[in-house]
Design a protein around this ligand. Structure first.
Ligand SMILES: *Cc1c(COP(=O)(O)O)cnc(C)c1O
Length: 426
């Protein structure tokens, strides 16, 4: 828990509400995750899912510990290169890679997991043009995880949109197409699914990937990529019990691999792509109370933050929050915390019972690191700056944007071109 003076000093540093990245927490999460798997299996690689939070400072913190970069767009790929990540330490996933993206990644030796048929032709073209190179690619596979009539996919989906479907033969067809050029080698299988995150589902995914690998790739199988989606530590406010630990996941997945692949001469590399489990609880959001007002019996606490900052996905869980007041005798009460946007639904907290803050007080929201900074439309105001702390030291990892950075002259046309926009409505 922070003192009022500490928060005020940090706010002074960046002149805004701000995100606070705890690099010690991030390191700790990575190391616990990594150790859970590498203590049970020989060849483990952990690729950090950039899209979950690609704040360069956070990515660098993880790369220093040995994390690979898992990227899902050319933008993220180029960011990884800019951050000095070795191309061979980049895993290029995602549903939309252009031919140019694929050619560059293959040329630089990155690991590319193909997602659909449109990505096969560029691989074949590249391989024909580079007959001396063994062109290694992976395939993202799609199979049915439904058990007992229940699909474990998020949002109630029965069928995932990603990857090559095993059941209808499209996966086998992709392998056949890729086999047409002799220097193409399908070296691995990728099975990232957005599910209920249960250990049982990971066991299912791991088993299916192993069986497909044995049946279709045999000794060519170099890696099995389980993807991300693991639970990290959850706050009590989420009200969930029996959440699996990193050890629970690692034990289940590595046991399946050792069991299924016991006969192979060489166990494949095991790749994991955690995002949310590493960053969610490593970032807090600190905003300040601007006003407290009552409208027909309801109390509204206005802050210089927004639900878009802490829950852009508008999920239903309540984030852990603490109120840091200047006054010693704060009263208890029920109130809503509302944001700076002009949206009626901009609630950071609804019907919250606790210490009633006063203008100038701080609210610190925890668990604000995943799918927030990256998913935050700079709507109405600039994106909040980010401070990174380790112990008492802070670094400004992202400054407050100026008008010129928000609306760069290099990006926008500021003058209406009357001559080129003649009124042609008549
Ligand atoms: C989003 C994503 C991840 C990370 O998922 P989390 O739920 O943040 O752990 C990993 N791999 C792929 C391919 C993804 O799209």
């Amino acid at each position: 828990m922070y003192s009022y003076e500490q928060l005020a000093a940090w706010r002074e540093r960046c002149q805004s509400s701000f995100f606070l990245l705890d690099t010690n927490r991030l390191r700790d999460n990575y190391e616990r995750f990594s150790r859970a798997f590498s203590s049970r299996y020989e060849q483990v690689s952990v690729g950090y899912s950039y899209k979950t939070n690609y704040l360069p400072y956070a990515c660098q913190c993880l790369h220093r510990l040995g994390a690979l970069a898992e990227v899902v767009s050319r933008l993220e790929y180029d960011l990884a290169l800019k951050l000095g990540v070795e191309p061979t330490a980049i895993i290029f996933n995602g549903p939309l890679k252009t031919a140019e993206d694929i050619w560059l990644a293959l040329e630089l030796g990155s690991l590319v997991n193909l997602d659909s048929f449109s990505e096969i032709a560029p691989v074949l073209t590249y391989a024909r043009q580079h007959p001396e190179q063994t062109v290694r690619v992976g395939l993202r596979v799609n199979f049915d995880l439904t058990r007992g009539g229940v699909s474990p996919l998020q949002n109630g989906y029965g069928v995932s949109r990603f990857g090559f479907c095993v059941e209808n033969g499209r996966f086998a067809q992709a392998l056949t197409l890729l086999a047409a050029v002799p220097n193409v080698r399908v070296a691995g299988l990728h099975g990232h699914f957005s599910t209920n995150r249960s250990v049982g589902v990971y066991r299912q995914i791991a088993r299916e990937l192993c069986r497909l690998g044995k049946a279709h790739l045999g000794e060519q199988l170099e890696y099995i990529d389980i993807g991300g989606g693991f639970y990290g530590e959850l706050p009590a406010t989420f009200g969930m019990v029996g959440v699996p630990s990193f050890d629970d996941y690692a034990l289940a997945i590595t046991a399946v691999l050792k069991d299924e692949l016991a006969e192979t001469t060489r166990l494949p590399q095991l790749i994991l792509e955690p995002g949310i489990s590493l960053v969610a609880d490593a970032v807090e959001f600190v905003c300040q109370v601007v006003d407290v007002k009552e409208n027909r019996g309801e109390r509204f606490v206005l802050v210089d933050g927004s639900v878009h900052n802490i829950k852009p996905t508008m999920h239903a869980y309540q984030l852990p929050v603490s109120v840091v007041t200047q006054s010693s005798e704060a009263r208890e009460g029920t109130y809503h915390v509302v944001g700076y946007t002009c949206m009626e639904k901009d609630y950071l907290l609804q019907g919250f019972r606790g210490k009633v803050p006063e203008p100038g007080d701080f609210l610190v929201f925890g668990h604000a690191g995943a799918y927030t900074l990256v998913f935050n439309p700079p709507f109405i105001r600039e994106r909040p700056p980010v401070l990174a702390k380790a112990g008492r030291d802070v670094v400004v990892a992202r400054r407050k944007e100026t008008l010129a950075e928000f609306f760069p002259e290099s990006l926008y046309e500021f003058q209406f071109q009357a001559g080129k926009q003649e009124d042609t409505r008549r």
